[in-house]
Design a protein around this ligand. Structure first.
Ligand SMILES: Cc1ncc(COP(=O)(O)O)c(C=O)c1O
Length: 425
């Protein structure tokens, strides 16, 4: 196995020069606060690219998700008193296989998440699980969906089910900036497919501000509200007057300068990520693995992270507890633990698939719904019903994220491919 001299990263920032110019402009004009031209421009550019009326600059994608959750909660259940979240006493349907930042805002607002299993076609929320969840919990009126690793989910189906059942959609497009989806025959951007859209400019995202996020909407009322909440909820008075809880969530003009410099390169970054994905696909030919799948007819992913999944019969024994993992190497077989270990030995950065939320200790007692119904307690000591259904758990145990840095050279990517090939020897 050949060790890379220079570390090959999962996904790092790729700067182009203009970012510094806009940061300097903020310094020179002394606009280093949460107001300034960089914020105005970054918001304008994002809204224009995504074809949405309003993009509100915030500190993080998580803050965008939090305010989206609060907006949806107020729309459904009315304003809450300070000290009690707007989702208190209410349940929310939520994507299961995701980063916990998608789900945390439900907890910030005192709601309870019901996790919906994943489908194999795009690794996103399964519309069949959503249908089952509605049968079991007809009172739930809010859904959080994600486009995992930049691959759009089955939004035509999901939107229809939600519309028919009066369910609002929070769309977490934090990983999928620039990914496109054919909505009822028309191509649109992810982040504009739900009732509330959220994007992230976190340090490892396809476009970064080092941090940062935006709330996306076509509603002026919602955009104004999010702007107000994000700047401590000041009422229109000469002094500091407050009628509702406020947050210090607004984007800084320095961060916005980086985003302003980065955004013109979004298509270029997507192009590079796409090439990386297809080179992996080609490079893995003959191995018992598949790339993370997408719907080529109805979507164009941004390929933020390339991932692979090992064929079931090519998995060597692997066990994971809450902290550690063990595996036994077998000829012609491998597992994510072995591959990630070998990549690390070779100075290459991979990552496990997001561990599904229903498997997380914090959500141990939350409801989990699969395409068959209740996903908890599926086995029976006295009746053998064959294999249990838990798509998220299966993808987590057989899949992994590959180095997807757009500065990775072809030679470096070939080294990654060679390292993975050796794992199956
Ligand atoms: C799916 C998903 N949702 C939300 C977030 C949160 O974004 P941020 O880190 O900007 O708060 C991230 C990434 O960090 C993410 O990957």
């Amino acid at each position: 196995m050949k060790r890379a001299e220079k570390r090959i990263f999962l996904s790092t920032a790729t700067m182009h020069g203009d970012e510094e110019k806009y940061i300097k402009e903020a310094f020179d004009t002394n606009w280093v606060t949460t107001v300034g031209k960089n914020i105005d421009e970054a918001e304008r550019m994002a809204a224009e690219y995504l074809d949405v009326k309003y993009a509100v600059g915030l500190g993080t994608g998580t803050s965008a998700l939090h305010l989206a959750t609060k907006l949806a909660g107020e729309k459904l259940y009315g304003q809450s008193k300070p000290g009690r979240g707007v989702l208190f006493g209410h349940r929310v349907f939520a994507t299961d296989m995701t980063f916990d930042a998608s789900i945390n805002p439900i907890g910030y607002e005192d709601g309870e998440a019901i996790f919906l299993d994943t489908e194999y076609d795009t690794w996103n929320t399964d519309p069949e699980a959503l249908k089952k969840a509605i049968e079991l919990y007809p009172d739930v009126k809010l859904l959080v969906v994600v486009h995992l690793y930049g691959t759009p989910g089955k939004m035509n189906e999901i939107r229809k089910i939600c519309k028919d059942n009066g369910i609002l959609i929070i769309e977490d497009a934090c990983e999928s900036l620039g990914a496109k989806y054919k909505l009822d025959g028309k191509w649109v951007e992810t982040g504009t497919l739900g009732d509330y859209g959220c994007i992230s400019f976190n340090g490892n995202k396809i476009i970064t501000g080092s941090s940062g996020g935006m709330f996306l909407t076509n509603s002026k009322e919602d955009a104004d509200k999010v702007r107000k909440w994000s700047t401590q909820s000041r009422e229109a008075a000469f002094w500091y007057q407050h009628e509702e809880l406020g947050y210090n969530y607004r984007m800084s003009n320095i961060i916005a300068g980086i985003i302003r410099g980065q955004l013109p390169y979004l298509n270029e970054h997507i192009q590079r990520k796409t090439e990386i994905y297809h080179r992996y696909k080609e490079g893995f030919k003959g191995l018992p693995v598949q790339m993370n799948p997408y719907d080529s007819e109805n979507s164009v992913p941004n390929f933020w992270l390339s991932c692979l999944i090992i064929d079931e019969e090519a998995m060597c024994p692997q066990v994971r507890d809450d902290q550690k993992a063990l595996y036994v190497h077998e000829k012609g077989k491998s597992c994510p633990t072995e591959i990630l270990e070998k990549l690390e030995e070779c100075n290459m950065e991979g990552r496990p698939i997001w561990k599904p939320m229903h498997m997380q200790p914090i959500y141990r007692n939350n409801v989990f719904i699969t395409a068959r119904g209740n996903g908890r307690g599926q086995s029976n000591a006295y009746i053998d019903k064959g294999k249990q259904l838990d798509v998220g758990m299966d993808i987590f145990s057989r899949g992994l994220c590959l180095p997807s840095d757009i500065k990775m050279t072809e030679e470096e990517q070939d080294m990654v491919i060679a390292t993975i090939r050796e794992c199956f020897e």
